[in-house]
Design a binder for this molecule. Structure first.
Ligand SMILES: *[C@@H]1O[C@H](CO)[C@@H](O)[C@H](O)[C@H]1NC(C)=O
Ligand SMILES: *[C@@H]1O[C@H](CO)[C@@H](O)[C@H](O)[C@H]1NC(C)=O
Ligand SMILES: *[C@@H]1O[C@H](CO)[C@@H](O)[C@H](O)[C@H]1NC(C)=O
Ligand SMILES: *[C@@H]1O[C@H](CO)[C@@H](O)[C@H](O)[C@H]1NC(C)=O
Ligand SMILES: *[C@@H]1O[C@H](CO)[C@@H](O)[C@H](O)[C@H]1NC(C)=O
Ligand SMILES: *[C@@H]1O[C@H](CO)[C@@H](O)[C@H](O)[C@H]1NC(C)=O
Ligand SMILES: *[C@@H]1O[C@H](CO)[C@@H](O)[C@H](O)[C@H]1NC(C)=O
Ligand SMILES: *[C@@H]1O[C@H](CO)[C@@H](O)[C@H](O)[C@H]1NC(C)=O
Ligand SMILES: *[C@@H]1O[C@H](CO)[C@@H](O)[C@H](O)[C@H]1NC(C)=O
Length: 666
């Protein structure tokens, strides 16, 4: 009896002194835990093991060591624990690593590494029996090296991350059906871990927080834990992050040695941060919003750049004074509907002309696009354009302003509704002009040209007088357009390749020779123009190398035969004033004289046309009596080059004729 008692005493003592540990935390505000790594207790009592930091771990252990074995026969006690956890991945569809409930000989897991090792082991000690670790892993990554079954499983780990048993996360509903659960859904879930020290059986059960404890455990491992664990152990949680952002939370925890752990008061558990919505927003909304913003920004930027490029202009300091004469390229672009082919009025020697309507003022404009690569002389040219733009004369096409772009100059003119004169004269015109209309146009153009030559404090040389540069306004007044434009090319061209600008048939011989435009070269071209209007023929007919093909010579031959009136355009009809017609023809010849000195000035031309000064009677001077000789020929150099066979048939004024014309004109 006595010895029996003696034997029993230490047993009683151990029963008395090894008080079965039990604790319950519905939130961890007042919990006695030792934390390491990222683990922390949030202000509202959540145990947060990790916090969206990569390649880190966090541990939380119950501070007090717990006696896990019967000291008499070294058998592991029964125990039971339950906890609520949540794994919130920033990425809705990708998870980082999981959480493990750990029974460890140490408080914390010194030497352990994060990521796939879950903060439990490291490469060297994984699988070593000296670890004395039992863990229940809630694993969200499939690691082939640890023979993981999938990326969403629950397993029992004994000294190793290679689970002793594991199964896909889920639970058995009342009817027995298996329900899948996603561990990293961010939703809180409850776990029960129960060990029966007699049956040597470890059960693990999992359920969503709003479902009670399922009847059947998820996992059941029959294994005696006695040889694995030490007498005293610590219990806690381990969790680790890898390269993905993830947070691990424990909301509540209850533990009891040798008994059933107290139920958690689920309603009292601390609330998770509004992670669910936030994570939804972050994982789906934010990237979508960001992508949208980036796309909007990119398309916006390209639009702005494109637009900027599309409407880019050249504007230099010296142009500031010309502000009122500058048009915005954008306005011109809109006015001409993007310089569309539909708006194309024509394309001449200097560039294409487009019709447009200014959106704000509704003014009809014609925009001439002149391509010009050289900046040389541009400044002078623009100055001239602008000053010419200030010229106002009823027989000049008003220049409203200009715009400069890279390699391009745009000149903005008033739109002339009746188009250019040449379409009323040549190539079987649909509408022809009567003589009085023609005479009106000739007088108008003469007056416009005189204005350019003398009406301004500087002499403006037109350089390209011809029928196609004369435009008709609504009242069929002739208006001279394109003035001064040729100058741009005189300035801009490379001296090595100097070529004279102007139109063949209107070029005075000395202009071609010296390259120098003068008022007299304008008069020469005006002479050719007058003959064009009166005869309805181009200065040089393209119909072949005959003496008839050069208008001046052709008219002259009529004059010399005494039948100058026969040179008139039959389209004039019969209703013409013979004196006017004769005057125009003779004056045309006089102006187109190959000797500059023999030509009248524009002032004289206007006086003759207006009848202020009588025109000398050329025939009375015996002009027609002499035959035509081949005195000069330089006027037709170009022509001869084109048609060499006509060389010996070509003719020009004899010096005597020139002399008579000259003396007659003065
Ligand atoms: C995570 O916790 C660590 C340590 O407490 C802290 O230094 C870090 O700033 C936290 N990171 C975030 C994203 O909260
Ligand atoms: C927490 O645990 C430590 C170590 O066992 C102990 O010293 C301390 O008194 C405990 N504190 C509370 C509030 O239980
Ligand atoms: C160890 O002792 C306890 C009581 O002290 C007893 O219930 C249990 O069966 C014993 N286990 C073994 C393996 O002897
Ligand atoms: C692994 O952990 C053990 C302690 O558990 C430590 O002694 C050892 O140095 C660690 N090994 C590495 C490679 O970190
Ligand atoms: C297990 O760990 C112990 C102590 O760290 C060491 O002595 C032993 O060699 C390890 N065993 C294996 C198989 O690595
Ligand atoms: C549960 O998950 C497994 C494996 O992921 C899958 O094969 C099964 O179809 C799922 N069951 C339901 C009901 O979703
Ligand atoms: C484990 O679950 C089985 C039912 O599958 C049950 O019979 C057994 O008692 C459970 N063991 C513990 C320790 O809860
Ligand atoms: C000239 O323009 C006016 C007004 O636009 C128009 O009425 C007239 O018919 C036009 N004349 C010719 C010959 O085109
Ligand atoms: C212009 O001058 C060049 C050389 O100076 C000559 O070759 C060409 O024939 C001339 N053209 C005309 C139309 O006179």
């Amino acid at each position: 009896m006595f010895p029996k008692l003696l034997i029993l005493l230490p047993l009683l003592g151990s029963l008395v002194f090894s008080q079965d540990t039990s604790f319950t935390y519905n939130g961890f505000t007042s919990a006695n835990l030792s934390l390491d790594g990222l683990a922390m207790i949030t202000s509202n009592g959540l145990l947060r093991l990790t916090n969206d930091t990569k390649q880190q771990q966090g541990h939380a252990f119950y501070t007090t060591p717990i006696s896990f074995k019967n000291s008499l026969n070294d058998t592991a006690f029964s125990f039971s624990t339950t906890f609520v956890f949540a794994i919130a991945s920033v990425y809705r569809t990708l998870s980082g690593h999981g959480i493990a409930f750990v029974i460890s000989p140490t408080r914390g897991r010194p030497g352990a590494v994060p990521s796939t090792y879950l903060g439990l082991f490291n490469e060297t000690n994984n699988g070593n029996a000296t670890n004395h670790v039992v863990a229940v892993e809630l694993d969200t990554i499939q690691n082939p090296e640890f023979k993981d079954i999938n990326d969403n499983h629950v397993g029992v780990d004994i000294n190793s991350l290679e689970s002793a048993t594991s199964t896909s996360a889920g639970y058995y509903a009342d009817g027995g059906a298996f329900m899948n659960l996603t561990l990293f859904s961010g939703n809180p879930m409850q776990v029960w871990v129960e060990y029966d020290g007699v049956k040597k059986q470890l059960n693990v059960t999992l359920a969503p927080i709003d479902v009670g404890k399922p009847k059947f455990p998820l996992l059941s491992l029959s294994r005696d834990l006695s040889p694995i664990i030490n007498k005293t152990m610590y219990v806690g949680f381990s969790s680790a992050t890898g390269s993905l952002l993830i947070s691990h939370y424990i909301l509540g925890w209850s533990f009891k040695m040798n008994g059933k752990a107290q139920e958690l008061a689920l309603s009292q558990l601390p609330k998770l941060p509004r992670g669910k919505e936030r994570s939804k927003l972050l994982t789906i909304g934010l990237p979508v919003i960001l992508v949208c913003l980036v796309l909007i920004a990119i398309s916006g930027a390209t639009y702005v750049i494109k637009r900027k490029r599309k409407f880019a202009e050249l504007l230099e300091d010296w142009e500031v004074d010309y502000g009122p004469h500058r048009f915005k390229y954008k306005d011109l672009y809109i006015a001409t509907k993007g310089f569309g082919d539909k708006e194309l009025l024509g394309s001449g020697g200097f560039g294409r002309v487009y019709k447009g309507v200014l959106t704000t003022s509704k003014i009809e404009i014609a925009v001439k696009k002149v391509s010009h690569e050289s900046r040389q002389g541009m400044r002078e040219f623009v100055a001239e354009i602008v000053s010419i733009g200030r010229l106002r004369h009823r027989n000049l096409v008003p220049l409203l302003g200009y715009c400069r772009r890279k390699g391009e100059l745009l000149l903005v003119y008033d739109y002339m509704s009746n188009g250019s004169l040449d379409k009323y004269l040549f190539d079987q015109p649909q509408v022809t002009l009567s003589w009085s209309q023609r005479f009106q146009v000739i007088k108008g153009v003469a007056s416009g040209l005189l204005y350019l030559h003398e009406g301004w404090d500087q002499v403006v040389i037109h350089r390209d007088v011809k029928a196609s540069n004369v435009l008709l306004d609504g009242e069929l007044n002739g208006r001279l357009g394109d003035f001064g434009l040729a100058r741009l090319y005189d300035h801009g061209t490379d001296p090595q390749t100097t070529h004279v600008v102007g139109t063949l048939g209107y070029l005075a011989p000395e202009h071609n020779r010296s390259g120098k435009a003068t008022t007299s070269t304008d008069v020469y071209a005006f002479g050719a123009f007058m003959l064009e209007v009166a005869c309805g023929r181009r200065p040089i007919q393209a119909n072949g190398p005959s003496e008839d093909s050069i208008l001046v010579d052709w008219v002259f031959s009529h004059l010399s035969r005494g039948e100058i009136m026969e040179a008139r355009d039959p389209n004039c009809g019969t209703n013409y004033v013979a004196e006017e017609l004769e005057l125009v023809l003779k004056l045309g010849l006089m102006c187109s004289h190959s000797e500059a000195a023999a030509r009248p000035s524009m002032r004289q031309v206007v006086q003759y046309l207006e009848g202020d000064v009588p025109f000398p009677d050329l025939s009375s001077l015996g002009l027609c009596s002499t035959g035509l000789t081949f005195a000069h020929g330089e006027r037709f150099d170009d022509f001869f080059m084109t048609y060499p066979s006509s060389m010996n048939k070509g003719f020009s004024y004899s010096s005597s004729i020139a002399d008579s014309l000259l003396s007659g004109g003065r």
